[in-house]
Design a protein around this ligand. Structure first.
Ligand SMILES: NC(=O)c1ccc[n+]([C@@H]2O[C@H](COP(=O)([O-])OP(=O)(O)OC[C@H]3O[C@@H](n4cnc5c(N)ncnc54)[C@H](O)[C@@H]3O)[C@@H](O)[C@H]2O)c1
Length: 399
C-alpha cells in the first residue's frame, strides 16, 4: 500500500493496488466496481486499478484503456509478482482459479476469486489451505458470490436473522437462462468440463446454493439430483477450429445443460433448486422464496429493488404479500446511493462486494463469503453430481 502524494481534502487514504486476471464479462463488472466503490462509499483504503492481465496483448491493452487500468500484461504471474499490486482479482474460467489464487496468496496478496471457487473439491481444499496460511499473515481471501450484495437479498437475510419468518420450512431457488436453447450455439469454455467443471450446475447452481445457505444461515445436509445435457454436440467455437475442420465441425458438450435437485437444510427445512441454460424466454431469472412458520419472503432478480414479504402473524383479513421497495437509507448499502425509489442495478452488487472486501482488509477481519464457504458450496455441487450419477439417490454433503 502506498500513500498517495496528491493533495486531498482531509487525510490521504492509503491505496489498495488492484491486479486483475481476465478482462471480459466479470472483468468489466469488477473493473466498474473498483472504479466506483471508493467514490460511492467512504472506504478506508482507496482502490487503485494498477494492472490487468490477459493472454492477448492487443485485446488486454484495449481493455486496460477502456476500463481505466494503469498497466496491461500478458502473463498473470506478472500481476501476482508485482509490488504495485496488493489484491489479485481472479475473473477467469474455473480451471485457472486454484493455480492463480494459491500463487497470489503465497506471494502475499489478498485475493478475490470469482465463483465457483474451483472446478473440483480437491482444488477448493487446496485454496482453503492457502487462504488459512495467508490469513495468519494478515491476508484475506473472498469468493465472488455477488448476489449476496443485492440490497433486497441482504435485507431478506436481516429479516430472517431477526426471526421474522420463525423456523424455516421451505426454501426454493430457481435460476433460469436460455442462451443454450439454440443447438447451433458454439462450444465455448462454459460447455467444457475441463474448463468450467460443470455446466448450469456450477455456473448458476453455485449461486443458488450459496443464496439458500446464506439466507437460512444453514448448510445443506444432503441432496437428491437429476442433471441433463439436452444438446450433446455443438459447433466448435471459432477459436478452437483448425484449418482442417469442415465448416460445421462439432465437438462434444461435456457438462450439464440443467440440474434439478432437492435438499435438506441442517435444521430439517426442505430446499429445492432448478437451474437451466435452456429455459426458453428466461434471461437471468433468479428467484428465491422462503416460507417459515411466521411468514414468507420472495425475491426476483429481474425486479431486484423489491422484496415480497408476508407476515403470517397479521390478521388473515388484511395479511398478504406486500411489496417492499428496498431503496430506503436504512436498507443494506443504500446509505451510499440515491433518494428512496431511485433504483439500483446489477452492477451495484459488485460495487458492494468491493466495499465489503476493502473493509475486511482494512479491519483485518475474515470476509464473507470466505474460501471456506466457497469450498462448502463446491461440496454441495459434487454431491449433486454424485446423486445424479446414482439416479437421484439421496447423497449427504460431507461436512
Ligand atoms: N458472479 C457472477 O454473477 C458471475 C457471472 C459470470 C461469470 N462468473 C464467473 O467469472 C469467471 C469468468 O467468467 P466470465 O463470464 O467473465 O468469462 P469470460 O469468458 O467473459 O471471460 C474470461 C476471461 O478470462 C481470460 N482467460 C481465460 N483463461 C485464462 C487463463 N488461463 N489465463 C488468463 N486469462 C484467462 C479470457 O481471456 C477472458 O478475458 C468464471 O469463474 C465464471 O463462473 C461469475
Amino acid at each position: 500500500m502506498k500513500h498517495s502524494d496528491r493533495r486531498e481534502y482531509g487525510e490521504p487514504k492509503p491505496d489498495l493496488g488492484i491486479g486483475m486476471v481476465g478482462y471480459a464479462f466479470m472483468g468489466v463488472a469488477h473493473s466498474q466496481a473498483w472504479r466506483t466503490a471508493g467514490h460511492a462509499f467512504p472506504l478506508p483504503l482507496r482502490p487503485r486499478l494498477a494492472m490487468i492481465s490477459g493472454r492477448d496483448e492487443a485485446a488486454v491493452g484495449a481493455a486496460a484503456r477502456q476500463q481505466g487500468w494503469a498497466a496491461a500484461v500478458t502473463d498473470w504471474r506478472a500481476v501476482v509478482d508485482s509490488d504495485d499490486v496488493d489484491l489479485v482479482d481472479i475473473c477467469t474460467p474455473g480451471d485457472s482459479h486454484a493455480e492463480i489464487a494459491i500463487a497470489a496468496l503465497e506471494a502475499g496478496k489478498h485475493v478475490l476469486c470469482e465463483k465457483p471457487l474451483a472446478n473440483s473439491v480437491p482444488e477448493a481444499e487446496a485454496m482453503v489451505e492457502a487462504a488459512r496460511a495467508a490469513s495468519r499473515r494478515g491476508q484475506v481471501a473472498m469468493v465472488g458470490f455477488n448476489y449476496r450484495r443485492v440490497p433486497a437479498i441482504a435485507q431478506a437475510r436481516r429479516l430472517i436473522a431477526a426471526g421474522r419468518l420463525g423456523a424455516l420450512r421451505h426454501i426454493r431457488v430457481t435460476y433460469l437462462q436460455d442462451w443454450l436453447v439454440d443447438p447451433e450455439f458454439p462450444l465455448t469454455w462454459r460447455l467444457s468440463r475441463e474448463k468450467a467443471g460443470s455446466g448450469a450446475l456450477g455456473d448458476l447452481g453455485a449461486h443458488a446454493v450459496d443464496l439458500a445457505q446464506y439466507l437460512s444461515a444453514e448448510p445443506l445436509a444432503g441432496v437428491s439430483a437429476l442433471t441433463e445435457t439436452f444438446v450433446s454436440e455443438r459447433p466448435l467455437a471459432a477459436a478452437t477450429l483448425t484449418g482442417d475442420d469442415g465448416p460445421r465441425a462439432r465437438g462434444p458438450v461435456t457438462v450439464d445443460d440443467a440440474a434439478l435437485f432437492t435438499g435438506r437444510l441442517a435444521s430439517g427445512a426442505l430446499a429445492s433448486f432448478e437451474v437451466s441454460r435452456v429455459a426458453a424466454g428466461r434471461k437471468n431469472a433468479l428467484r428465491v422464496e422462503i416460507n417459515g412458520e411466521l411468514g414468507s419472503l420472495a425475491f426476483d432478480l429481474e425486479r431486484l429493488n423489491e422484496l415480497s414479504f408476508h407476515d403470517h402473524t397479521e390478521p388473515a383479513t388484511t395479511a398478504g404479500f406486500r411489496r417492499v421497495l428496498v431503496t430506503e437509507p436504512e436498507h443494506p448499502y443504500l446509505e451510499a446511493w440515491w433518494p428512496p425509489g431511485h433504483a439500483l442495478g446489477y452492477e451495484h452488487t459488485f460495487t458492494h462486494q468491493a466495499h465489503d472486501l476493502v473493509h475486511a482488509i482494512a479491519t483485518g477481519t475474515d470476509p464473507a463469503p470466505s474460501f471456506t464457504e466457497g469450498l462448502q458450496v463446491q461440496r454441495v455441487l459434487a454431491a449433486v453430481e454424485e446423486s445424479a450419477a446414482k439416479n437421484a439417490s439421496y447423497t449427504p454433503v460431507p461436512v
